[in-house]
Design a protein around this ligand. Sequence first.
Ligand SMILES: Cc1cc2nc3c(=O)[nH]c(=O)nc-3n(C[C@H](O)[C@H](O)[C@H](O)COP(=O)(O)OP(=O)(O)OC[C@H]3O[C@@H](n4cnc5c(N)ncnc54)[C@H](O)[C@@H]3O)c2cc1C
Length: 342
Amino acid sequence: MNSSEYELIVIGGGPNGLACAIEAQKRGIKTMVLEKGTIAESIRRYPYQMTFFSTADNIAIGNVPFTINTPKATREEALNYYRKVVEFYQLPIKLYCKVESVKKEDQLFMILTGAGESFKADNVVISTGYFDFPRRLNIPGEDLPHVKHYYDEPYAYVHQQVVIIGGGNSAVEAALSLYRHGADVSLMVRKEGMKKTAKYWLIPDLLNRIKEGKIRAYYHYETIRIEEGCLYARDLVNQQEVGIPAEFVFVLTGYLPDVSFMQQAGIRIKPGTLEPGFNQETFETDVPGLYVAGTVTAGIHTEKVFIENGRLHGRFIVDHILKRKAGKLQESFSLQDRPGRP
Ligand SMILES: Cc1cc2nc3c(=O)[nH]c(=O)nc-3n(C[C@H](O)[C@H](O)[C@H](O)COP(=O)(O)OP(=O)(O)OC[C@H]3O[C@@H](n4cnc5c(N)ncnc54)[C@H](O)[C@@H]3O)c2cc1C
């Protein structure tokens, strides 16, 4: 099993991982990106008709202009743009290459993939986002075939009774999209209203549809179980239990970072917030040479880090890698400890 060596391996080919890899390559660091799906895989899995809430220039990376006719990009435009940026920089990227483990051995990181490939690197950046693990309700029936944790498009749900569980942006967008394409939509929300983080321009639209009775909203309701054809919820005010007809159910209650992947690499995870432990200036974790970047740095607070700010993380990481390389860092451990290094 031969291992190819890099100065930096970035795990995760989303916008923030790509921005970091481009920054490194531009500053002379031999870099490779490993991505378990396609380029910007998370965005590929977003709702097909999604439009970004940021303007295109605010999600551009690598100083490559994101020029489109409208201020905000669609999912397709973003996917094409990020592919073009990778091609423009001829960025080394291995697609459909899922990293299973990252271990530091003799001052080098050994990276193993699900396909049994191995790579060695001086430095590693984990930029694996938060879209792979839905925030589960852990209730009976959540794994039935008619229950989904990701929304793609409305056409399979025409004239179907669909219940959406959630109060955030994904629930708002799915409710309006399904309603506008002929589904019979009910919204199940634990709180008294939709989350403040939902796209502000969609809320009036949704509230008017609810006022008109075109979309039913159940506020202060908690879903307790899901059965074939029906969803059961409890009114959190009077504890009454109701059954709502449901041919399909979407559990859109948010997503979580891959915590176990970070822990196996030696990263400390803060209980509760699931934030990785890292130096806020350098993004380096407790493991020297191991960094985090992008939305994965925010743990459960996915509203705090997105492309607009996550794309800048790479600059600080590369600064730190180059300072260490030039021996300009006051390290707790001296360079002498790193056998075979100049
Ligand atoms: C519906 C929706 C709308 C949004 N709109 C906006 C917006 O308008 N503006 C904005 O700034 N942000 C927006 N966001 C958030 C933004 O898309 C994410 O913040 C962005 O995708 C984060 O980029 P990232 O590179 O940090 O993570 P991701 O894009 O999630 O990339 C992580 C990558 O890592 C890969 N990966 C994971 N595990 C492994 C592994 N073990 N091995 C190899 N690869 C792995 C994944 O396949 C993925 O491609 C939106 C999010 C959603 C869900």
